[in-house]
Design a protein around this ligand. Sequence first.
Ligand code: AMP
Length: 283
Amino acid sequence: MIIFRKPEALKDFLDKKRAKHQVGFVPTMGALHAGHLSLLNEAKKENAIVVCSIFVNPTQFNDPEDFKKYPVTIEKDIAMLHEVVCDVLFIPSINDIYPGGTTVLKHYDLGFLETILEGKYRPGHFQGVCQVMHRLLDIVLPNNLYLGQKDYQQCMVIRKLIELIGLDKKIKVNVCPTLREEDGLAMSSRNTRLSPDDRIKATTISAALLFIKKNIKPGRTAPIKNEAKEMLLKNGFLPDYIEIANADTLELIEDWNGKQKIVALTAAFINNVRLIDNRVINP
Ligand code: AMP
C-alpha cells in the first residue's frame, strides 16, 4: 500500500495509471471497522487500483463538539488496511483539502434532499459532505465510487453532487450493504463512544426498524412510526426522527399503498452519541 499525503502527488500517480487501470475509491473518515473493509473488498473485485481516503472533514460537522470527539485511530487504521486489498491510502491535511480555508466555500443546490431527515436535523451537514467529496473526486477521479447504504441519504446526495459537477458519465456509484454486529447494531465509528450499558441498549435502533419492516401494513404510517419511537424512548434514546420514505426519492410517506418500495430511517441520540440506521422494505 502506498500512502499519499499531498493531493498533487496522488493525482500524478493516478493520472499515469488511469489509461490502463480502473480506479475504485472508498472515501472514509477513518476509525475503520469491518463495514469500511467490506467496501474495499467490493472495490477490489472491479478495479485494478483501490484508493481509500481517511479525512475527518470539519465542514460536515454541524456540531463542533462532535468533530472534536470524532474517534481518530490512524495507526490502527493503517494496520487494518495492510491486511486487506488497499493499494493507495490518501491522508490529506485540512489545508490540502481546503487550500483557501473553510470559511468561504462553494454552495451546492441539493433542493428537497437537504430539507428532510439528516438535512433537516443537521443543517449544513450535506453542504460539507459535498465540499469534501467534490475535492476528493477531482483529485482521485475514480471509475467506481463505493458508498455504504448505512448513510442512505448521503448516497443520494453524493449521486446528486456527481450530476451537478458533470461527472455522472465518468463515475459509477456503487452502494454496498450495511454491515452489522451480531446483535443487529449497524457498524459505525461512533459505536466506540458508547458506554458498555449504552452499547447493549443501542441494538434497539435496528430492532425498531426491523419492527417496522415486519409489521407495516398498507395505510397510515403514523401508528407504526409511533410504536417504533416508543421502543427507542423506553430504551433511553432521544430520536431526532423515525420516518418512512419512498426508497427512490426519500419523499416522506404518510399513507403507504403497500406496493411502493420504501425505507424506514432513524437518527437517535443515546447520551451524547448520535446513531443512524435504515432498512429498505421491498414488498
Ligand atoms: P464514514 O467513515 O463513517 O464516513 O464512512 C465511510 C463509508 O463507509 C461511507 O460510505 C459509509 O456509508 C460506509 N459505511 C459506514 N458504516 C458502514 C457499515 N456498517 N456497513 C457498510 N458501509 C458502511
